[in-house]
Design a protein around this ligand. Sequence first.
Ligand SMILES: Nc1ncnc2c1ncn2[C@@H]1O[C@H](COP(=O)(O)OP(=O)(O)OP(=O)(O)O)[C@@H](O)[C@H]1O
Ligand SMILES: [Mg+2]
Length: 454
Amino acid sequence: MRFTVLVADDEKNIREGLSEALGLEGYRTLGASDGDEALRMVDQGDVDLVITDLRMPKVSGTEVLKTVVGRYPGLPVIVLTGHGTIEDAVSAMRSGAFDFVTKPVNLDHLSLLVKRALESRELARKNRELEAEVEAQRHSSSIIGKSAEMKKVFELVRRVAPTRASVMVTGESGVGKELVADAIHNLSPRRDGPLVKVHCAALAESLLESELFGHEKGAFTGAQGRRRGRFELAHEGTLFLDEIGEINQNVQIKILRVLQERKFERVGGEETVEVDVRIIAATNRDLKEEIRKGSFREDLYYRLNVVSIHVPPLRERRDDIPLLAMAFLREFGEENGKRIEGFNPKARLSLYSYPWPGNVRELRNCVESAVVMAAGGLVELEDLPPSVRSSGEERNVRVPVGSSLAEAEKILITETLASQAGNKSRTAEVLGIGRKTLYQKIEDYGIESAVGEH
Ligand SMILES: Nc1ncnc2c1ncn2[C@@H]1O[C@H](COP(=O)(O)OP(=O)(O)OP(=O)(O)O)[C@@H](O)[C@H]1O
Ligand SMILES: [Mg+2]
């Protein structure tokens, strides 16, 4: 991306000198000879950075600074001050200037400041974009995600929600299966009815049956009165059976009967109870395998699995990582009373490259601890847990002397592509070239991207 720098100074020599120097560094430059002209150019919307002299005819530089800061938050202004006017510099900084440079201008120093100012602007812009996306998503559902994979999940949720069909949600631990169940219930006509959750793995086998179906007084030692089970409690609502792979054969048969006939008896009881319950089951086991081993009933499997929704692991939908990370950052920032704007580039790269075996749950925990650790306004690499951190550490390439420039270029492109998990837009951004140029070079050099296409 080519940045545009506006140089405002009434002295022609300075204006043109700076413009030329910045032009040589690859920036597009605009010149303004007074404050009025400068503001008009900024208002046209194509300026990424303003360098302004303080004393100018018509509208002063101080005025330009204040107007830009007020009207365009995030647009950096570097102020030029005359020799020995430190008060001017101080007051400019107070008014929100990014930095100041004293005349005569040291071009190396200015060029460094320009680079830094533009980087911080880019970072702030990216963080704001993410914020806006997070905000937009919040309104639709508590499930955050914009990857193609999650869009498929959302689409399935929307389609099954209005029906009574049983749904089987599968996926590794921590991918968000429970959130999917919540979303189905909340989007269904049963949303005003109860959503009852049973964590099947957490209950001893003997307890699970009475937990689900209830019991009559005296059904077993300690059963002092009649107790209604979760199926009854979920009447006219939804029952979420989490970790369905863990239930025993006896309970499997009873659940099958409820699915077929919508009725059951309480433990130790004769009376038949009729219920209207929609069932959503979840598992991180391979139930087909359990069927083969004989520990899960095939008929129950097909009854539960009328519609199946698979939530892919986070490493297969990395595009969701920045959005999720930002949402968690906001959540825990608020909880801890810390104002953290975002992640610095290295931290962001680590979050992106780490494989997340514990999926979204692990990412959430990681961001929570980063918020606790963070000392500044951005999460830095050091704030991340060591395992996550090492995935974003500096990567170097070695180019043997004797290589041609083309060979060196090929190595750098290949390695950068790998560091960006094969994402070509980001690779082009890191390398500072256009996407088209990158595509051309990949083709010319015959670079095979080892990682998937993006
Ligand atoms: N897409 C998402 N957007 C926001 N938060 C998410 C998302 N996916 C998961 N989470 C959060 O991650 C944590 C784990 O999610 P959840 O409990 O739904 O996972 P699970 O698949 O049911 O895991 P397990 O198999 O271990 O029970 C929760 O705190 C949840 O809020
Ligand atoms: Mg769960």
